[in-house]
Design a protein around this ligand. Structure first.
Ligand SMILES: [Zn+2]
Length: 450
């Protein structure tokens, strides 16, 4: 991780002379962090085990033993492809939203009143609903338990632990308890529930850090979705305020280890990709008291507009991990494509504030979109491509900022040659277009971010 005090720019207007003052120590320490988001496709035997557990054919201990096997294979695969930060692949989580209340006697599954998420391909996911029984509200399990299991097998790995946001979990409180046949909730207001929920999420983060998490990532798929439900942004503002009520409880030092992931959904299809990324979402996200932002980006069509928006709203001392791998497309991005994505980002965002990631987790529930082999090839190319970009940027920084166009154009020429030779597909054509746009941008803006 690059020190937040590294003397680089925090706006697009930083002068070339400032940038050339980068020290040799910065050059030798400079690296672009790259991390997974969370879930990895579960192997077939684990999908069977989940089904068997739900049908009470195996008990919880037997289920966990099978999860352990899958965890071991997952972490080994992460390490094989060179991942320095891993997750447990969410092999234990029944799903990424409601794992803390899985099996809880405080909620009802399959309720007619549970919050529904509609996806573009027509399928829906429905959240359980709080019934008012066995109050006050408590988590049944905390994500820190997963870290403990990883650390037993791999004591020295750096783990990022994804957890569900307090705002997503707030959706399990029915919008109108009386009408929705949960009269017990008359004596347990939504505010009381939110207070208990805040305590539980704070506890989960603290337990995760104590269990050895390198960082904790708050999954907030509901942020962009909220703008689809309420385009005015007032629901999003409530979500942001709620999360900040949580984050204010942590010290500045602790906040350095806490991040948030935002995406338009990644469950076979999107739920809110049609919602404008820039108008309210990005400015609102950056109001969160956080140091790390893991943003879906690779699947976006208007990348330059988004980069300009992020640059405009960026504040110092935070790192933006940009998605450079599309998790809903089985085509494996090449390392060169990843490199070019990062270099494109580096034209807008100060390099000490750039990281890369996959757009989202892979198959957060149990459906299979594509194989683990493809997923780990994507992860491998994300790591290789990010390092390639880092090397280009180091070269640029070491010889002077005015040479970025030469180096970058050389890379583009190489790509164009490769593309011509291979007579490649639309993706490469798109890549060429992006590169051309980048060149134009370079020419127009005199490369003002370096
Ligand atoms: Zn996601």
């Amino acid at each position: 991780m690059i020190s937040p005090t590294t003397p680089t720019s925090t706006s697009t207007s930083t002068s070339t002379s400032t940038k050339t003052k980068l020290s040799l120590s910065f050059l030798s320490n400079f690296s672009i962090p790259t991390e997974p988001i969370g879930s990895i496709p579960r192997p077939k035997y684990l999908i069977e085990a989940i089904k068997d557990y739900n049908e009470q054919k195996i008990n919880y201990e037997q289920y966990l033993t099978i999860c352990d096997k899958s965890l071991k294979e997952t972490v080994e695969s992460f390490l094989e492809v060179g991942s320095t930060v891993i997750t447990d692949g969410e092999q234990y989580k029944p799903n990424f939203i409601t794992y803390p209340i899985f099996g809880s006697n405080q909620v009802a599954e399959n309720s007619k009143v549970g919050f529904i998420i509609n996806f573009q391909d027509g399928h829906v996911r429905q959240l359980p609903v709080l019934t008012g029984k066995n109050l006050p509200f408590r988590y049944k399990q905390y994500a820190s338990e997963y870290i403990t299991r990883v650390k037993k097998m791999f004591p020295n790995v750096r783990i990022k632990q994804p957890i569900i946001s307090v705002s997503a979990m707030s959706l399990i409180y029915p919008s109108n308890p009386q009408q929705q046949q949960h009269p017990q909730l008359d004596k347990y207001s939504k505010q009381e529930f939110l207070n208990d929920m805040l305590n539980e999420v704070e506890k989960e983060i603290r337990l995760s850090l104590m269990a050895g998490a390198d960082s904790v990532q708050i999954d907030a798929t509901e942020a962009r979705l909220s703008l689809k439900i309420d385009p005015s942004g007032s629901l999003l503002k409530k979500f942001i305020d709620l999360n900040n009520q949580l984050l204010i409880r942590f010290t500045d030092e602790e906040i350095q280890k806490i991040g948030i992931h935002s995406c338009p959904g990644g469950d076979r299809s999107f739920h809110s990709a049609d919602v404008d990324y820039c108008r309210l979402l990005i400015p609102s996200l950056f109001k969160l008291r956080l140091s790390r932002f893991y943003l879906e980006f690779a699947a976006e069509k208007e990348k330059l507009k988004i980069l300009e928006c992020i640059a405009k709203n960026l504040r110092p001392n935070i790192i933006i991990f940009f998605g450079v791998i599309n998790v809903l497309n089985p085509r494996v991005e090449s390392p060169e494509e990843v490199r070019d994505s990062v270099l494109q980002i580096a034209k807008y965002i100060p390099i000490n504030q750039i990281g890369s990631c996959c757009d989202c987790g892979y198959q957060p529930f149990t459906s299979e979109l594509f194989s683990r082999d493809i997923v780990f090839q994507k992860i491998k190319n994300r790591i290789i491509g990010t390092k390639m970009a880092e090397d280009v940027l180091k070269q640029v920084l070491s010889i002077g900022v005015n040479n970025i166009n030469n180096i970058y154009n050389n890379n583009n020429n190489n790509n164009n040659n490769n593309n011509n030779n291979n007579n490649n597909n639309n993706n490469n054509n798109n890549n060429n277009n992006n590169n051309n746009n980048n060149n134009n941008n370079n020419n127009n803006n005199n490369n003002k971010n370096y």
